[in-house]
Design a protein around this ligand. Structure first.
Ligand code: ZN
Length: 277
């Protein structure tokens, strides 16, 4: 065999040509004998190539993400009608999947959804009310049906409603008290009616949440006592209000305070820091 590579290749070519029949027969025999192994190798090669192809495609997508996104967007815009049809049909054919995915979303976004609804309702309150009123005027019979439904619901959920009401009152007790007191004062024709809820909190803190008369600590349960009773023309204002426990308050009634009271001190008493309410 010659040493020169060019000559070697020419020699091999000539050899193959000369012995084609023989070589083909040999290959056929080999394939017959090793069919299983060859098929296995083929499968492996295809699998390897497939993986390589996937890898290449993935690399391409990563490298051209922006471009592809743009193209996708363009395509979707161009085919909006088509897409809507396809998606609508899919949703129609897969109602259970749609339900599940909606439920999954609403379960995991409860707070967000609730907040959004609240914000929306608040922003459109007047609008909604006007719409409702106009609707009701057109459909008086529906108003009756709704009222009846509400009555039924209320009866059915009586305990729940009561519990909610109590919880709300408890959370806003201070404000309820302040509001009621102001209403009472107005009814009694108080000359001044300007005690705020914050001032009432200040008074209680200045008294360390103790009854002014008996000195017992009754945090959150103190009542407003008017030094000069409202019925005697007293004002519902900072300088005429002290905090007393309910039993001292009712014992005093409309009489003079059982001990001297210096309400002006309240304005110079250092109020403790408290969280903004
Ligand atoms: Zn008391």
């Amino acid at each position: 065999m010659p040493e020169d590579p060019e000559a070697t290749r020419a020699y091999q070519r000539a050899y193959r040509e000369e012995n084609r029949e023989k070589l083909n027969a040999y290959h056929r025999a080999y394939r017959r004998k090793n069919g299983k192994k060859l098929r296995q190798q083929g499968r492996e090669r295809r699998r390897k190539n497939h993986e390589k192809k996937l890898k290449q495609e993935k690399e391409y997508r990563e490298k051209n993400a922006d471009k592809l996104r743009e193209q996708g967007q363009e395509w979707r815009e161009k085919n909006r009608e088509h897409l809507r049809e396809v998606q609508g049909a899919w949703r129609h054919n897969n109602p259970e999947t749609v339900r599940q995915s909606q439920k999954k979303y609403s379960d995991s976004h409860q707070d967000e959804i609730r907040t959004k609804a609240r914000v929306y309702d608040r922003a459109h309150r007047a609008e909604k009310r006007a719409y409702q009123q106009a609707y009701d005027a057109r459909h008086p019979e529906k108003v009756e049906v709704r009222k009846e439904g509400k009555r039924r619901w209320n009866t059915k959920n009586h305990d729940k409603i009561r519990a909610q009401e109590r919880a709300r009152q408890k959370a806003n007790l201070g404000r309820y008290v302040a509001k009621n007191a102001a209403r009472r004062a107005q009814k009694n024709g108080a000359p001044v009616n300007d005690l705020t809820h914050d001032q009432w909190l200040e008074i209680q803190e200045a008294q360390d949440h103790r009854c002014y008369y008996c000195g017992k600590r009754r945090k959150g349960k103190l009542t407003q006592d008017h030094i000069t009773p409202l019925s005697k023309g007293g004002a519902h204002t900072l300088h005429n209000v002290i905090a007393a426990c309910s039993s001292c308050n009712s014992r005093k009634g409309t009489r003079k305070p059982p001990i001297p009271v210096q309400p002006l001190l309240l304005t110079v008493a250092p109020a403790k820091k408290r969280k903004a309410s």
